[in-house]
Design a protein around this ligand. Structure first.
Ligand code: ADP
Ligand code: MG
Length: 462
């Protein structure tokens, strides 16, 4: 029928506009490497902020004692208590708790957010067991993982540059987030000192390096996306401080803000961006990460409903609600292997209140999920190739046997298997024979442990 043909034309056009042939991915990788150079050359020199993390020594394995970590990333935050055991024992006991952030606090005031966090931390501290031990006179120390762009001024201070991922708390922008947290800890009467402020990518890099010295970069694919890597200190022209003894510096790329004319963008992306809290920003993040993939699919389905009566004569009202289709729902539909696609049917009913869909309708929806997720996964792989190119690790070198490990973490990478498979196979394809030397390592909650490790290596008692 005419309607079906029109709907299929929309899917076909989406497929074309989202296309990521190898040549295009190479251009994206090259553009990423170029922007990395520019961001390292001067402050504000690139869309990539290439933030100096002040982490110039990654964990060695010698770190010892009990430490806390706090991870504020997206919709949840985690509090963590770990016992570091030194070289032969590494991580001993670990305990954690996850707390979801009430949505009104994501757009409220700085005090309200930090009071909520401090209260949760205090409750967690109250659960310290018999084996928890600090030497007499020592304060508890905490590594604070804060996954928003920070202009770092030392290992334990930094001001918030802007919010991302749906947060918008005006009075926190420009504030030192360690100061904000410390004041809240005082307000709730919790005696604890923040000794390291790190981004989740830096935490994951540190956590990854702790277990494997070949880890050179970390990538987060969760609610948002970002990457960090280890740079040679002399390759950071904008760094005017003393060169660190190690000769290295971890750089937080803030790659979510990458954009390039080579990125395959569609009208759906443009509309979503225009209506977002941060129009024009975080374009790479908006086509790759978990906060947005489901929303892009919803927008495509909405257009199919409006212009091709894809779900019947009327547009299902729920389908018009932004962000109602979450990436985990999209992922569940995409992974449906049943012959009648009953998971797709159930999600349509439960999430969008659309019932009685035909098998071919469900198949078309799976196709839309596939197009959107494969674009995100392949572009993520191109971003990783960009880092490898910047470091000169994207090709095999005569007589050298360098192994490069990339630590990956985040709910999207962890749970969206088809996304992850596509990312991994695309990276292999892009690297060719050099892919033997590159390993993608899932670093489960590396960022929490990493922050605790950095709190330990920057302890006030060393
Ligand atoms: P954050 O990025 O908020 O710190 P996570 O790394 O845990 O937290 O990632 C959570 C995000 O991962 C969710 O917002 C969602 O987009 C994505 N995600 C979680 N579960 C799944 C799933 N089953 N399939 C696809 N994406 C998922
Ligand atoms: Mg996180």
């Amino acid at each position: 029928s005419g309607r079906w043909a029109k709907a299929m034309a929309i899917v076909r056009e989406l497929d074309e506009k989202c296309g990521t042939p190898i040549g295009k991915l190479m251009q994206v990788a090259d553009a990423m490497a170029v922007e990395m150079h520019a961001g390292l050359a001067s402050e504000g020199g690139s869309k990539l902020k290439m933030i100096i993390s002040y982490v110039d020594n990654l964990p060695t394995g010698d770190e010892k004692g009990w430490f806390y970590a706090l991870d504020l990333g997206g919709t949840n935050f985690r509090v963590l208590r770990v016992q570091l055991g030194g070289k032969d024992h590494l991580v001993g006991k670990q305990e954690f708790e996850e707390v979801s952030i009430p949505p009104h606090l994501m757009v409220g005031t700085s005090d309200a957010l930090f009071d909520f966090i401090a209260e949760a931390l205090k409750k967690f501290v109250d659960t310290e067991g018999e084996d928890f031990h600090l030497s007499p006179g020592r304060e508890r120390e905490l590594g604070f993982t804060f996954s928003f762009p920070i202009k770092q001024s030392s290992i334990a201070s930094g001001t918030l540059m802007k919010w991302t991922k749906g947060f918008s708390i005006e009075d926190a922008v420009g504030q030192d987030v360690v100061g904000e947290l410390t004041k809240a800890l005082e307000r709730v009467g919790l005696n604890m000192r923040v000794t390291a402020l790190v981004n989740d990518t830096i935490g994951t890099l540190a956590g990854g390096r702790y277990y494997d010295s070949n880890v050179i970069a970390a990538v987060i694919l969760g609610t948002g996306t970002n990457a960090a890597y280890v740079e040679r200190a002399h390759a950071i022209p904008k760094w005017h401080g003393l060169l660190p003894k190690s000769g290295e510096m971890a750089i937080n790329m803030e790659w979510g803000n990458f954009r390039s004319s080579h990125l395959p963008l569609t009208e759906y992306d443009q509309a979503m961006d225009a209506e977002s809290l941060n129009p024009g920003e975080q374009i790479f993040e908006k086509i790759i990460s978990g906060m947005y993939l489901g929303e892009i699919v919803r927008r495509v389905l909405c257009r199919m409903a409006e212009e091709a009566s894809f779900f019947g004569d009327t547009v299902p009202p729920k389908l018009k609600i932004p962000f109602i289709l979450r990436t985990p729902d999209m992922s569940a539909m995409h992974h449906d292997t049943s012959s009648d696609l009953r998971v797709v049917g159930r999600k349509l009913k439960d999430v969008l209140e659309i019932s009685n869909t035909s098998l071919r309708t469900r198949k078309a929806i799976v196709k839309v999920c596939d197009i959107v997720s494969v674009r995100g996964a392949r572009l993520s792989a191109a971003g990783i190739l960009g880092i490898l190119k910047k470091l000169g690790r994207d090709t095999l070198k005569e007589g050298e046997n360098l192994k490069s490990v990339i630590a990956l973490d985040g709910g999207l990478f962890e749970h969206y298997t088809l996304f992850r498979n596509s990312l991994e196979s695309t990276l292999k394809e892009l690297l060719g024979e050099a892919s033997e030397t590159i390993v993608i390592q899932h670093s489960n909650d590396g960022s929490g442990i990493g922050a605790a490790l950095l709190a330990a290596s920057h302890s006030q008692y060393l």
